[in-house]
Structure formats: C-alpha cells, structure tokens
Design a protein around this ligand. Structure first.
Ligand SMILES: Cc1cc2nc3c(=O)[nH]c(=O)nc-3n(C[C@H](O)[C@H](O)[C@H](O)COP(=O)(O)OP(=O)(O)OC[C@H]3O[C@@H](n4cnc5c(N)ncnc54)[C@H](O)[C@@H]3O)c2cc1C
Length: 415
C-alpha cells in the first residue's frame, strides 16, 4: 500500500531507540511502506511528557500515536496491522488457492493466480516482501537498470495482486497443513483452519543465528539480523560491524555506509570475492568508509543493557581483538523454517521441501496424472522460491517459480 496516511491518520512512534520491540515495529511499518515519525523517548522531553500524561510507564513503549487522536500501546503485529488498514483475517473459509508466504515467489503467484481468475488468498507471518523486502537495492532484477528497493517491489506487487482480486492477509503464521481429500487444509496460529483446492508454499528462508556467547541477549539492543533500514537511527555517525560476505551483507553495508561513520565487514573467507558478486565488491572497495576484514570471525558479544564490545578472532592465527562498537549486523546465511511440515511433506536433509523429479522413487504417487514440476509429495500442494530444495536463491528465480506454479495449479484443478 502506498499510503501517505493510515486509516487512523499519520503515525508517530515514541520509543527507546534501542528497544527490540521498537525496532520490530519500525521494521514492520517500513516494510509495509507506512510512513512514520520516530521519536526517541530518551532524548525528547515533549515525548516523555506525553507518555507521562497518559499515565504510561516506560515498559508500555513503544507508543504509537495516530493523528485521529487514537493510540496503540506496545501493540502486537496483528493489532498494528489492523490499525494501519492491513487485512489480518481471511475473508472466506474456502479458496481455489492458498499461498503461504508473501516474498517474491508468493506475490508473483498471487498476481498470476488472481489475474487468471483463481480465488486466491496469500498469508504472511509478517508484512509482505520477504527477504527481498529487506534489500535496500536489488540491482540484478530484470528491467530495473538503476536498482529497485525491495520494499518498493513488495509494495508494487501487493497493489498489483490486490487489483486482480487476491486477498493479502498479514501478521498470521501458518502452522499446519493437511490433506482432507478433495481439499487441502491449512491451520493458522489461532487454531482456525482454511481450505482450498490447492496450496502453494512460498516460505523462503530465515536468518541463520550467530552462535557466539552473549549474542542472543543483545538482539535488537545493538545486534541486528537484516532490516538495515529500520536500524538507521541506531547507527548514525557510529562505527558499525557487519558479519557476512554474501551479496545481502554487501548491499546492506553500502546502504549503512551512507549513515554510519564506518562499516567494517567481518568474514571467515580468505577473499570477499569467494561469496560476493564482482560488481558489488567493486562498489564496496570504492567506498571510503567501508573496511574489509577477511579471515575473521566473531567469537564473543558483550554489553550490559546494550551492545558494547565484540571479540573478533583471526581464523588462522587465533589472535583476538576486542572491538568497541554499539552496532553489529549479522548476515551469515539463512535456513528454511519447515519443522511444522514434519511427517507431512518430504524434505531434504536441510529442511528444504522436495518437489517434482526430486521425489522420484521416494514416495508413491497416488494420481493418474503425472506429478507436476513444482508439486510436493502431497498432491495439490506446490512449492516455489527459496524454500524449494535445489532452488536458485534469487528474486528473479523466485518470481519465475511463483508464476510457473500457477500453470501447474491449473493442471491440478483441471484433473
Ligand atoms: C538483504 C537481502 C538482500 C538480497 N538481495 C538480493 C538481490 O539483490 N538480488 C537477488 O536476486 N536476490 C537477493 N536476495 C535474495 C532474495 O531476496 C530471495 O532469493 C527471495 O526473496 C526469495 O523469495 P521467496 O519468495 O522464495 O522467499 P522470501 O523472500 O524469504 O519470503 C518468504 C515469506 O514467507 C513468509 N513465511 C514463512 N513461513 C511462513 C509461515 N509458516 N506462515 C506465514 N508466512 C510465512 C515469511 O514471513 C516471508 O515473508 C536478497 C536477500 C536478502 C536477505
């Protein structure tokens, strides 16, 4: 949605710059393309007075104040989504197609499915956009020679899908899938169910967590996974550490370097070129305030309330250096979150969902028609994008698979 305002008017968010929930709320608004004004409670006397006037303690932050005079106090994603006009409940009990996941694969399927007359609902646990929504500049997507912000791609795709009649449901987790012949049934996080002729799983992947002592406690308090845009207030004029050598880390570093004093990229690889595309590495090397620290890993993270120090170790010599920093971004790859499909669908040893020819000889196929290319071990359930075993982890590939899946779903519906 391209709102200048929400249905309740403009929104101001009052909170602690370092609070994890404050960070999540800003990220949700940014990814939903809802403009907001961020007010740092600690450094704004008027904001402190407003909070006191409402009789709220600091534990109630973040406070969201809308220009129609209404407030939200430390809302859940679901409450926030409802308030800013996003749909959080499916409008019907039955659809032709349920799409789980609103990244590029799911959004492409929603556009093609709805435009070809299918009754489609897309459900995402967060705001639509997926990993691509976190990208500050997608530079290799066909037709955008000057790059495209991931959030802009998401916003345009949501508009396109809804224009064709797809429903987009946000802030809802899908936690179960079952075969109730002739229907497929998904279970939502509140236990309610939703049925369809077909289901498309476009679940993508989630960040791999840094396993260094002290790290978990400081997530959102100086340690961040993805979502560089929402963390800008915390890294302005500061020295930032970035762990990772892939393209996502590279893009985030370039973006953050516009605001931070310096960005140091730390990675165990001998050369950043082992993982990063040449064009990106070239731009990074030409950016004066980005420094590269190969052969290195983070072994310890510490700080009282907030991140204060990170221990960086040379992987060859074992020599350690304690670096003073208040901001560490972690971009060390991603893994699928498909545990909820245990015993339901065939997956590979890493949890990626198997489909089409990869299932040959593994499970019996009960139908007369052949299994479609993106069809999983459950007939009528399809998979597209990063969560598919063997997929190419790119926006273009995810969009391609999401679009292709619709053709296979038509074949399934015909049979
Ligand atoms: C920072 C960053 C920068 C990148 N830059 C580029 C680039 O420049 N070019 C490029 O080609 N690729 C880039 N990539 C990779 C690209 O973004 C991914 O390959 C692409 O987004 C995969 O799309 P997807 O739809 O398969 O999954 P995702 O984008 O991961 O979307 C999956 C969605 O499913 C939702 N979901 C998962 N499980 C559930 C559930 N159980 N219930 C409800 N919802 C669920 C998630 O919330 C998520 O929104 C980048 C990735 C990152 C992280």
């Amino acid at each position: 949605m391209n709102n200048e305002r929400t249905p309740a008017g403009r929104v101001r968010v009052i909170g602690y710059t370092w609070s994890p929930r404050g960070h999540e709320v800003r990220d949700f608004l940014a990814r939903s393309r809802i403009p907001y004004l961020w007010i740092d409670y600690e450094h704004n006397e008027a904001a402190r007075a407003e909070v006191a006037e409402l009789g709220l303690g600091t534990r109630s932050l973040p406070l969201l104040r809308f220009s129609d005079g209404t407030d939200l106090v430390d809302p859940s994603d679901e409450e926030l989504a409802e308030k800013v006009g996003l749909q959080t409940e499916p409008g019907a009990p039955f659809y032709d197609l349920i799409i789980v996941g609103g990244g590029p694969a799911g959004l492409a399927a929603a556009v093609y499915g709805a435009s070809e007359g299918l009754r489609v609902v897309l459900i995402d646990r967060e705001a639509p956009g997926g990993q691509a929504g976190m990208s500050e500049a997608i530079e290799n997507y066909l037709g955008f020679p000057d790059g495209l912000r991931g959030s802009e791609l998401a916003e345009r795709s949501v508009r396109q899908a809804t224009r064709f009649g797809a429903e987009i449901v946000v802030a809802r987790d899908v936690v179960g899938l079952a075969d109730d012949e002739p229907n497929r049934v998904v279970t939502l996080d509140d236990g309610s169910t939703l049925a369809a002729h077909a289901v498309l799983l476009a679940l993508g992947v989630s960040w791999r967590m840094l396993e260094a002592p002290g790290c978990d406690r400081l997530i959102g308090r100086g340690v961040y996974y993805g979502g560089a845009a929402a963390a800008i207030p915390t890294c302005r004029e500061r020295d930032v550490l970035m762990l990772g050598a892939g393209n996502s880390a590279g893009q985030a570093a370039l973006y953050l370097a516009r605001y931070a004093k310096s960005v140091t990229m730390v990675a165990p690889e001998a050369e950043f070129s082992d993982k990063m595309s040449e064009y990106l590495l070239g731009r990074i090397e030409r950016t004066a305030n980005i420094h590269l620290r190969p052969h290195s890993k983070v072994t310890d993270v510490s700080g009282d309330e907030l991140l204060e120090r990170v221990t960086v170790e040379d992987v060859d010599s074992g020599e350690q250096e304690v670096v003073e920093t208040s901001t560490l971004f972690v971009y060390i790859g991603a893994a699928p979150r498909t545990e909820w499909l245990d015993g339901v669908l065939e997956r590979d040893e890493h949890g990626f969902v198997l489909a089409g020819p990869d299932l040959e000889g593994r499970v019996e196929w009960p139908l007369e028609r052949p299994r479609e290319l993106l069809e999983t071990s459950m007939p009528g359930v399809f998979v597209a994008g990063d969560v598919r075993s063997g997929s190419v982890k790119r926006v273009g590939a995810a969009v391609g698979e999401g679009s292709m899946a619709i053709q296979f779903i038509h074949n399934h519906l015909r049979s």
